[in-house]
Design a protein around this ligand. Structure first.
Ligand SMILES: Nc1ncnc2c1ncn2[C@@H]1O[C@H](CCC(=O)c2cccc(C(=O)O)c2)[C@@H](O)[C@H]1O
Ligand SMILES: [Zn+2]
Length: 353
């Protein structure tokens, strides 16, 4: 007996279809996903912080003049995460928000260096995220995996520390699947991180650096050739280099596209100018993601609606985007088959209404 996945009361519009669609998210940041309620609760615990305690004031606080301003605000929220309990609460609540959007699987990018350097014990940090991951899977049915990323602007000290935390068998968490590189790209050349990515890949982790978000296509080429990237975070500037687009398409290297993020950080001027259409036209495997949803005033559901508008998709087209994310994920074959099957069943039931 096939389970009824579609809410018969749901209106017959694309927004309702997206709301109920089983999804996977591959590019979403741990601290960047802290909801206004969580951020204001943490800010209230730390009165010395410049982060507003009022969720309303937070909306203005999360309005950025440029990428550097975004990073400053991001780090002010990182400063609120001071105890293992803060880490556990944040992680569990992020999982709850994902589950509410029918996210069955998410690869959450965590920057452990930023927390351990602020005094959180590394063992306690790992226990906190693993506790939350197991609780989320048991209570929400949402499977979480971790990406540990290097905050590139913090340099090779951060690279060494992140690699140690990701590869030391006494520390690396069971849920860790990938290794990334985040933060500003300008002046943070990708090739210098090759030795660290080599160690992470040798330890069985998948390489997923940000690239081409605020710099040109060469950063994406560098991520592919020096860091052996299996997916690219954003890759927005790839649209400027037809050879790069052809390479990404030919080798089926997915892009983790985050449309609203690119507007909020001023990496792209307007949504109508976003290169997602060029990516699809070139045959690139496009996945849709929210990056830092509360900071960008968006949700994963909204990112699917934005992509559907820009790509002129119907339900079947949106379902394909969801299946792209499952295909591009590092979830095991059984898990990928399960979620893809759910997407197909849900879509068939929806269209049969
Ligand atoms: N769209 C994004 N594009 C890029 N990154 C993004 C995006 N969203 C979120 N991030 C995260 O922002 C952090 C940036 C942290 C950073 O730059 C930094 C610099 C100097 C010192 C320290 C420190 O901790 O001491 C940190 C990264 O951890 C990254 O995961
Ligand atoms: Zn990101």
């Amino acid at each position: 007996m096939t389970e009824q996945l579609v809410d018969p009361r749901a209106p017959r519009d694309l927004k309702a279809f997206i709301a109920g669609l089983p999804k996977a998210e591959l590019h979403v940041h741990h601290v960047g996903s802290a909801s206004p309620r969580i951020v204001s609760e943490l800010a209230a615990r730390h009165p010395d912080s410049k982060v507003p305690t009022d969720p309303e004031a937070l909306v203005d606080y999360f309005t950025f003049t440029d990428f550097a301003h975004f990073i400053d605000v991001y780090l002010s929220v990182v400063d609120l995460i001071r105890t293992p309990e803060d880490v556990r609460l944040l992680t569990y609540e992020v999982a709850r928000d994902l589950a509410r959007q029918q996210v069955r699987y998410a690869e959450l990018t965590i920057t452990p260096f930023s927390s351990t350097r602020r005094g959180i014990d590394e063992r306690a940090f790992m226990d906190a995220i693993e506790d939350a991951r197991k609780a989320a899977e048991a209570e929400f049915g949402t499977v979480l995996r971790w990406c540990f990323d290097i905050p590139g602007e913090a340099g090779l000290e951060a690279a060494e520390e992140t690699t140690r935390l990701a590869t030391d068998d006494r520390l690396r968490p069971e849920g860790l699947v990938s290794f990334g590189l985040g933060g500003p790209e300008v002046g943070v050349e990708r090739p210098q991180f090759k030795p660290y990515f080599d160690r992470a890949i040798a330890a069985g982790l998948h390489s997923v650096p940000h690239a081409g978000e605020t710099t040109g296509p060469q950063t994406v080429w560098d991520a592919l050739t020096h860091l052996r990237a299996e997916r690219i975070g954003h890759g927005t500037s790839s649209a400027q280099d037809p050879k790069l687009l052809a390479h990404l398409a030919e080798h089926r290297i997915p892009l983790e596209v985050c449309p609203t993020s690119n507007i909020a950080t001023r990496a792209v001027r307007t949504l109508d100018e976003h290169p997602i259409k060029e990516f699809v036209r070139a045959g690139v495997l496009v996945t849709v993601n929210s990056d830092d949803p509360p900071m960008f005033g968006t949700t994963l559901e909204n990112e699917y609606a934005v992509a559907a508008r820009l790509l002129d998709l119907d339900e079947r087209g949106v379902a394909e985007l969801a299946k792209n994310a499952v295909e591009a994920s590092f979830l095991d074959t059984a898990g990928r088959t399960r979620i893809t099957g759910e997407i197909d069943t849900y879509t068939a039931q929806w269209l049969a209404r």
